[in-house]
Design a protein around this ligand. Structure first.
Ligand code: ATP
Length: 384
């Protein structure tokens, strides 16, 4: 398929206010041409509003939307080279799959639609379903029709608003890979809105994590996961252990020395996201980066590792791994995920243990932030 890709999507100082409530604070964002870009955040963070401003369905209070060099801020939705796929597929129930996909071409008066519709159905792997009606399709198949129906218009940008929200988990996973394949094949810019961090990480080249109408951090999924810059990103994207600590000097230029209670810890200078190098700091470490041994085996822990002591509060066996919750004097509820290779049957609730990890996997965060921002329990409380 050949498409005039038309350049990056650029949001410049764009904001949206409803009365006295600011849904999106002034935002500068560039979505690179041809990329799969995700806007990720909890309900109410402003991601749909941002998407709707790109689509022209919502008028920005300030700022502008540019497609390449073209300012489209004042254009109505139908004059923008942009199509949107919503969570509710909104297919025409009385038309079959072929005619649903052909709809945009017919409306523009295109006479011979067979070739283009055939190509689109091949792209979404529904060639054999052309004569079915929407109610004869699964949710995932209907969503693929919705994608084909949008792409046949050759938009410069495809906007996807929680398109997989109505599907069950297994189908969601399949469709995530499917959408990624389609995007790679057509090469146009996809902007995808989701509250599901795994979905964003699986599909997107770049993820903007939104919170309270602002972008907290923008980057490739691996960078966001390995080097979160705020407690919200650390907790919202996967799970993080955040250990309250204090800076306690340095060892050369590359290593910061910390102390949590009595325990000495180290942090590579390059992985310190806190503004300061004195006073309090939160030392972050992901649960799968941590190893666990019974306290009686403490001597087996190699030198140079960060280590803490603790007691096992709970263990849950989930097949590929066992997840432990450890209460350490300096950090209650510390989570550790251990792959089930050789399971140590001594690691049961009540057992005294030593936690240890390679300091290179640690990250430092500003201690002035809410340590629980973005964590699942906080989100659930807020939603209740
Ligand atoms: P969700 O995943 O629940 O759709 P979201 O992150 O997409 O959430 P938005 O739909 O962008 O959030 O809404 C952001 C905020 O703006 C919310 O607090 C919402 O209540 C508010 N909002 C959205 N539309 C309007 C409106 N028309 N009038 C007043 N407030 C609105």
């Amino acid at each position: 398929m050949t498409t005039d890709r038309g350049g990056d999507v650029r949001l410049s100082g764009i904001s949206k206010t409803y009365g006295t409530f600011t849904a999106v604070h002034p935002l500068d964002l560039t979505v690179p041409e041809g990329s799969f870009f995700a806007l990720l955040g909890a309900s109410g963070c402003g991601k749909t509003t941002t998407l709707r401003m790109i689509a022209g369905l919502e008028e920005p209070t300030t700022g502008s939307v540019l497609l390449g060099e073209r300012d489209v801020t004042g254009l109505p939705p139908y004059k923008r080279p942009v199509n949107t796929v919503f969570q509710s597929y909104a297919l025409f129930p009385h038309l079959d799959v072929f005619e649903n996909v052909a709809f945009g071409l017919r409306r523009r008066g295109v006479k011979s639609v067979r070739g283009q519709v055939g190509d689109m159905l091949d792209l979404v792997e529904l060639g054999d379903f052309a004569r079915r009606k929407p109610h004869q399709l699964s949710g995932g198949q209907q969503q693929r029709v919705a994608v084909a129906r949008a792409l046949i218009n050759h938009p410069q940008v495809l906007l996807l608003d929680e398109p997989l929200g109505a599907l069950d988990l297994k189908l969601r996973r399949q469709m995530q890979l499917e959408l990624k394949r389609i995007q790679t094949e057509v090469g146009i810019t996809f902007v995808h809105v989701t509250h599901d961090q795994e979905e964003a990480m699986t599909m997107a080249d770049q993820v903007a994590v939104m919170n309270g109408g602002r972008v907290e951090q923008l980057g490739a999924p691996t960078d966001l996961y390995e080097t979160p810059r705020t407690t919200f990103v650390a907790n919202f994207l996967g799970t993080s252990n955040l250990v309250p600590a204090r800076f306690d000097g340095r060892s050369g230029d590359d290593l910061l020395l910390l102390r949590a209670g009595d325990a000495p810890l180290t942090l590579p200078t390059a992985r310190n996201g806190a503004a300061a190098t004195t006073g309090p700091v939160l030392l972050g470490i992901r649960p799968e980066k941590v190893s666990l041994v019974p306290a009686t085996d403490a001597a087996s822990v190699p030198d140079g590792r960060n280590r803490l002591t603790g007691t096992v509060r709970a263990n849950s066996f989930i097949g590929v791994s066992t997840q432990y919750v450890i209460d350490s004097p300096v950090c209650a509820g510390f989570e550790v995920y251990v792959q089930n290779v050789e399971r140590d049957t001594r690691l049961v609730p009540g057992a005294d243990v030593v936690l240890h990890w390679n300091p290179a996997h640690s990250f430092g965060l500003d201690a002035a932030q809410d340590i629980d921002a973005g964590s699942a329990s906080v989100e659930e409380d807020a939603a209740a």
